[in-house]
Write a protein that binds this ligand. Structure first.
Ligand code: NCD
Length: 314
């Protein structure tokens, strides 16, 4: 059985395999009804449980769509904090023990506390758990689709200048992406944030242990001049401490700042975008965030196939 808990589990070979599948699945999905029927057979008879304790649009709906497009059934609770027995005080361990007894083929779990997916995995005896975001921890499947998007644009995942900006203290997608980029040679990471929203020490230590060239700055303009990828994130307002200012001033991408970027660079964002990318940037050919979101569907289809295939083989 193969849980998906952290990007630390992924190797470049694993990404190559998932991405090759994702490319094929994308082709078939776009090819019309015959191919869609083929897709329906891929995971027919299997069932996914999607258990979300935090709001989600893309992650939940793309996972559920991915599952259904491949013929799976889906049982879903989109607001588990209110509508599951968590509201009555049930622990996540007990909830998972119960769901494990319903023999799903996979549980896709999003939770507001870091480490919850790993905790769930320790009590799930038969069902693989996929971490769909755990608090300020990680978002491994987002990092997969982010890497897929980068590879689509640059045909490589190494020797890239990647600028990662926004609320890096609270944003799990930036953390997972930085760790995954560390698996490839020659990537240079520049973290752009206000000092109080800087990326965690744990990530810096992780990057240092992998000998990754990284720096931190609040000078957006300098960082942009030779960026291959700009990965922007929103202020995680729901994770701010009491009394903290919720301004993103100086960190809004508008056509002026974006004009500093090389022609070949791409602008990414895990979405939701709130006010940190001006809508006028959407028309820029370098803006890839909606394509990025769409890629999530195919990458998650490929991932479901692998995770379910691995648990059936074991
Ligand atoms: C991200 C998340 O939930 O961490 N959203 C997503 O899954 N695309 C980013 C965010 O909420 O800011």
């Amino acid at each position: 059985m193969q849980h998906v808990l952290s990007v630390e589990q992924f190797s470049p070979t694993y990404l190559d395999e998932v991405f090759a599948d994702a490319v094929e699945l994308r082709q078939r999905e776009l090819a019309g009804i015959e191919e869609r029927r083929w897709l329906q057979e891929q995971l027919a008879g299997r069932q996914a449980c999607s258990l979300f304790y935090e709001p989600s649009t893309r992650t939940r709906l793309s996972f559920e769509a991915a599952a259904e497009k491949m013929g799976m059934g889906v049982v879903s609770t989109e607001n588990a904090l209110t509508f599951s027995s968590a509201a009555k005080g049930e622990t996540i361990e007990d909830t998972i023990r119960v769901l494990d007894g319903y023999h799903f083929d996979v549980i896709v779990l999003r939770h507001h506390e870091e480490g919850t997916a790993a905790k769930a995995a320790t009590v799930s005896e038969h069902t693989p758990i996929i971490n769909a975001g755990d608090g300020k921890g990680e978002h491994p499947t987002q990092a997969l689709l982010d890497m897929f998007t980068i590879r689509d644009a640059h045909q490589r995942l190494d020797n890239l200048n990647v600028v990662i900006g926004g609320d890096l203290r609270n944003g799990r997608t930036a953390r997972s992406l930085a760790k995954l980029l560390a698996e490839y040679r020659g990537n240079k990471l520049t973290f752009v944030s206000l000092p109080e929203f800087a990326i965690g020490e744990d990530i810096k230590q992780y990057l240092a242990s992998k000998h990754v060239n990284f720096s931190q700055t609040d000078a957006v303009e300098d960082a942009f001049r030779n960026a291959d990828v700009v990965y922007w994130t929103r202020l995680q307002r729901e994770r701010l401490q009491d009394g903290e200012s919720d301004t993103v001033k100086g960190f809004v991408l508008d056509p002026g700042v974006v004009s500093l970027l090389p022609e070949t660079s791409i602008i990414m964002h895990p979405l939701p975008r709130v006010d940190e990318i001006a809508p006028e940037v959407d028309a820029d050919p370098r803006a890839r965030y909606f394509q990025q979101a769409s890629n999530g569907l195919y990458v998650r289809m490929a991932l479901l196939k692998r995770v379910i295939g691995a648990s059936e083989a074991s």
